[in-house]
Each structure stands twice: as C-alpha cells, then as structure tokens.
Design a protein around this ligand. Structure first.
Ligand SMILES: Nc1nc2c(ncn2[C@@H]2O[C@H](COP(=O)(O)OP(=O)(O)O)[C@@H](O)[C@H]2O)c(=O)[nH]1
Ligand SMILES: [Mg+2]
Length: 230
C-alpha cells in the first residue's frame, strides 16, 4: 500500500533528520515521508529540502509562517489524496511518537479504516510528563469522550493512521479545528461516519530536544471547539 507519513515541523532541526532515518528503518519502500514546515526560524525547512534532494521518498511542503498544526495536516491530507496514497499517517517530529510502532500500525491498517496510537489503553502510557500535563491530556480525552460519545480512550493523541477512504469521506476542507481539537475532530468524524477504528497502545515520551508549542490558548480553544462539534 502506498503510504505517506506526514510530519509537521516547527523548529525541529535537532530532530527531523534523525527521525526520518529511524522511520525508514521501520517501513517498506512504498512508504514516503512528507515534511510540512512552517518556515521554521531554525532552518528546519532548508534541512528538509536537502533531505528531499538526497532521497526521492522524502517530500517537503513549505508554508510562509507558523499557521498551526491543524491546517498543516489539512494541507498534508490534500497532498496525499492528490498524489494517490492509500494510507496516511500523522506523526510528530520530536520522537514522542516512536517509529518502532510503525510496523504495528501498518499491520492493523490492513484490517481497519483507522488505527489510533493510544496512551490510554492497556500497554500504553506517557513517560517524562509532569503531573499537570498528564491530567490535562487524560482529562481532555475524558471530556471529549463524554461530550461527543466517541468510544475511544485517547482522543487527543496525534500518532494516527488513516485509510484514504476515511480522508475522502471526511473531506479535509471541512476540518475546522487547529490544535488538540483537530485530533478530536478527526476521530469524531471518522466514528460518526461508521469507519472501523482500532486503538493500539503506544508509550508517548516527552521530547528531549527542542521546545513544545503547546500553550494555554490552544487548550482553551480545544475545549470550546469540542462543544461546537457537538
Ligand atoms: N508545521 C507546523 N508544525 C507544528 C506547528 N505547531 C507544532 N508543530 C509540530 O507538531 C508536532 C507536535 O508539536 P509539539 O510542540 O511537540 O506539541 P506537544 O508534543 O503536544 O507538546 C511537532 O512535530 C511540532 O514541530 C505549526 O504551527 N506548524
Ligand atoms: Mg511534542
């Protein structure tokens, strides 16, 4: 199956090259990577271009400025659909999403329409997060699950795999969210359309290098937008 792993980056120069190397160790030759960089001041975009020149399985899209994770994925999903990929991944560039899980995702997507990397099923978990971030993440998933009635344990996670049919049915142009709510909106829509969704356990490790772009505004926005989704 032709597969595209979308990796959004903003100031990830310490991570991106090593991550893509590790990704390619885990996948077959039909799997490509799309780096979606928002003109990172640290030069991540230029490094991505160098990587793409050296490897035809690496693609790059540049946007002029930091425009948020949600719209980055919308752009990436459209690219995947236009370029004939069968399966599409969302993955962070900071090693919180361990490439070692990719083969399991690729196995499961043969039998499901979507595979969700889940910190909150048996075998999953979070390493190196403070108590505040843990409560926020678990509480966020619980809040969204109760309000939207989506029977998944991890609604805010961003290590996910979608069949092309799901993206076509959802239509990326209709996605309105941007931060953590983007992940919730995707899962909510896929569930409501009746797709078969599988959660697999992942251990999420907080980043070692670079900085998180999460902030209070993103969280409050997400909470409000979940109410609108309902
Ligand atoms: N292109 C793009 N990537 C972003 C943006 N915000 C975050 N990212 C990337 O999205 C991923 C997750 O962001 P991160 O800051 O690690 O969030 P956290 O793991 O929830 O703390 C990382 O690969 C970031 O580089 C953005 O506005 N544009
Ligand atoms: Mg991160």
């Amino acid at each position: 199956m032709r597969t595209l792993i979308i990796i959004p980056t903003y100031n990830e120069i310490e991570n991106i090259k090593k991550l893509v190397t590790e990704v390619f160790k885990q996948v077959d030759g039909e799997t490509h990577v799309l780096i979606l960089d928002d003109n990172s001041p640290d030069g991540t975009g230029a490094l991505a271009d160098t990587m793409a020149k050296a490897n035809p399985r690496v693609h790059v899209i540049h946007r002029p400025k930091k425009l948020g994770l949600g719209t980055a994925y919308v752009t990436g999903f459209k690219y995947a659909l236009e370029n004939g990929y069968d399966v599409v991944f969302e993955m962070d560039s900071d090693f919180s999403h361990d490439p070692k899980y990719l083969p399991r995702f690729q196995q499961e997507i043969k039998n499901f329409d979507a595979v969700i990397g889940s910190r909150y099923v048996p075998g999953g978990g979070v390493v190196n997060w403070g108590i505040g971030r843990k409560v926020l993440s678990r509480g966020g998933s619980l809040y969204a699950r109760l309000i939207l009635g989506v029977p998944l344990q991890d609604l805010t996670g961003g290590f996910n795999c979608w069949r092309r049919s799901v993206l076509e049915a959802i239509d990326p142009n209709t996605l309105k969210s941007d931060g953590y709510d983007f992940q919730i909106e995707m899962k909510h829509k896929a569930f409501k359309k009746g797709f078969r969704i599988k959660e697999i356990p992942i251990i999420f490790e907080d980043r070692c290098l670079g900085q998180s772009k999460m902030n209070k505004k993103i969280v409050l926005e997400a909470m409000y937008r979940v109410l609108l989704m309902r």
